[in-house]
Write a protein that binds this ligand. Sequence first.
Ligand code: ZN
Length: 213
Amino acid sequence: LKPTNGKKIIYLTFDDGPYKYTDQLLDILARHNVKVTFFVTNAYPEYAYDIKKEYEAGHAIGVHTYSHNYSQVYASDEAFWDDFNKMQDVIKQQTGKKTDICRFPGGGSNTVSAKYCYGLMTRLADELTAKGYSYFDWNVLSGDAGETKDSMQILARMEKGVTQNERSIILCHDIHPFTVNAIDSFLTWAQSNGYEFKTLKNGDFAAHQRINN
Ligand code: ZN
């Protein structure tokens, strides 16, 4: 990992889309000329065309999950790879190529997988690495995964979070209007305070959390 030379770097990440708020988010990002990383799903297939728009706008695309159904995705090693490969196919349809970055549903530290398949995350993390993928967790929570639905609170959590790291990977979800509504103000604040935005690439800082299964 290269030194940041005093620069503070933010990797904004959006999981679980695309969905009906994604277009609006893309407009906000374009206005600020900020590139982010989308960990995409097929939960709302009618918005799959947004994966192409994300890609063509210069954002990074990673696999999140095809179904986002924990009991399916984490039923077995085979079930995980089946779901993963189906999402790769959707990404390839939209962008013309597969991706080499991903984020586990629930993150690498999730404990929900233990309900369905013992030791799965440990094996999958090793296999993904062996196959040449990078998987990414986060070190800043926007709070939009159930903690709050208030855009001002999300903004405050993101601002506070990034002040504490040299490199911040922020977990956001573009399926929530209250998240998308916080982004314009956040970008204005971050850009006026000297933060630099980057997309996640294979081999980058990954903010890995402890694997618990
Ligand atoms: Zn998710």
